[in-house]
Design a protein around this ligand. Sequence first.
Ligand code: SF4
Length: 301
Amino acid sequence: MPSPMSLPLRTGEKDAGHAPVAPFLRFSTLWVQITGTWCNLECTHCINASGPAEPWLKPIKAEVARDAIREAEELGVKEIYFTGGEPFLHGDILPLLGFALRAAPTTVLTNGTLIDASVADELAALASAAPYSLEVRVSVDDTDPERNDRVRGAGIFDKAMSAVLLLHQRGLLPIVTATEIARRDDADGRGMYERFRDFLVSRGIEKPRVKIMPVFALGRLARAGGPVLSEEDLVGFDRATLQCSESRVVADGGVYACPILAGLAGARLSDRGLEASFRDAPLYHSSCVTCYQTGMTCTNG
Ligand code: SF4
C-alpha cells in the first residue's frame, strides 16, 4: 500500500493548525465513506485518487457504518450519503442502505458500472419499503461517450448509462452527476446542464435530474503549493454556506470534516465518534478555496 505521505493529496496539511475555521453550526448530513478509496475505475480527476489497487484509505466494516448511522439518528441527522471509492464493491452495501433508510433519506454515489438489472431490482425494492427516500447518483462526465471514456475509462459511458436507464425504468429517478472536467459550451451557447438535460430527455428520461460539480485540485489533479484561505479572504463571507459547518464523514481512522478531505489527517476531527467531531473545521486545504469560490456542496442540492 502506498504511504499517505507519498500521495499528492496533502497540500497544505502542515498548515491545518493555523488555518481559519468553519464553525460547527448544526448536524444535518452524515457521509459514510464505505469503501474508502477502493474503486473498480481509475478516473483521471478523482478527488481522492481511488482505484483498484490497494486503497490508501481502507473500506470500513458494516458494523462501523451501522454504529455511525445509529449515533447520527440519535443526533438528529437529516440526510445520509454513501460514497467511496465505489460503494457497490462493498459486500454489505444493500443491507446498509436499507439500515440507513430507516433513519433518514439516503443517497448512494456510484459510477454505475456494478448496477445490473438485479441490483436495480433490489434498490427499487429497498426504496419502496423504506420510510424515507432513496436517491442514486450516477457519475457521467460527458454526453459524448468518447469524451466521457477519456477521463473515466473505456466502455464506462455505456455501463453508466445502462444503470441510469435501469434505475429510471424502476421509477428511481437517478441523479446524473457530472464534473466540469469535460466542460465545453456548444456553438449554440448551450452549457453543460442544458446538454445533459437534453441528452437524458432524448434517452426517454422525461424528468432528468443533473448535478454539476466543480473540479478540485486534489487527488489525481493535486498541484503542489496551491492557494489556501486566510482570515482576510473570509471577511464578509458567510461560513455557514460551507458544508463542513453541518456535515461530517465517517471513514477509516475516524470522523472528518467533509467528503472532499475524508482520510486526510488535517481534516480529521474525531476518533471517538460523531458527537466528538462537532467542533470547528480547519479551512486549511487548497480545496477550501474552491468551496469558497464556487459555493459548491457535495449533497444533492
Ligand atoms: S474542502 Fe470545502 S467542505 Fe471541506 S473543509 Fe474545506 S471548505 Fe469545508
